[in-house]
Every structure is written in structure tokens, then in C-alpha cells.
Design a protein around this ligand. Structure first.
Ligand SMILES: [Zn+2]
Length: 71
């Protein structure tokens, strides 16, 4: 059983459930373990890495996916 919901690179799909990362469970796990500020910093870093892996991604969509949910 794998409940870590970690991203696979360079596809940025969840290794556990296959949804685009961060999947719902990844969001829940991160929100439960990081403070709101640390969560935003963590997701900014992930976004920068993801943007390098997925240069075709639209910045607005990447922002929605990685940062909107952090509040
Ligand atoms: Zn997942």
C-alpha cells in the first residue's frame, strides 16, 4: 500500500493514484503536515520544478494546479 501520494517526474502524476499531482490526497497530506506558510513555499518550489519539466504548461493553469488550493 502506498499512501504517500508523491509526484512522478517528469509526468507530474501521482505515483499512488495516477491523478495529476497534487491530487486530493496529496493536498490533504501536505496541508496536514505543513504550516500554511511552509505549504505555500513548498508548493512554489514544486511549481518551479514542474514548470521546467512541463514547459508547455500554461502559467495560469500551473498556478491554479499548484498554488490556488493553498489559499
Ligand atoms: Zn494521489
Amino acid at each position: 500500500m502506498n499512501d504517500e501520494h508523491i509526484e512522478e517526474r517528469p509526468s507530474w502524476r501521482c505515483r499512488s493514484c495516477g491523478e495529476p499531482w497534487p491530487c486530493d490526497q496529496a493536498q490533504a497530506n501536505l496541508a496536514a503536515t505543513l504550516s500554511p506558510t511552509a505549504l505555500r513555499i513548498h508548493m512554489w518550489i514544486r511549481l518551479e520544478i514542474a514548470a521546467q519539466d512541463m514547459p508547455q504548461g500554461l502559467p495560469s493553469e500551473m498556478f491554479e494546479r499548484f498554488l490556488r488550493w493553498t489559499g
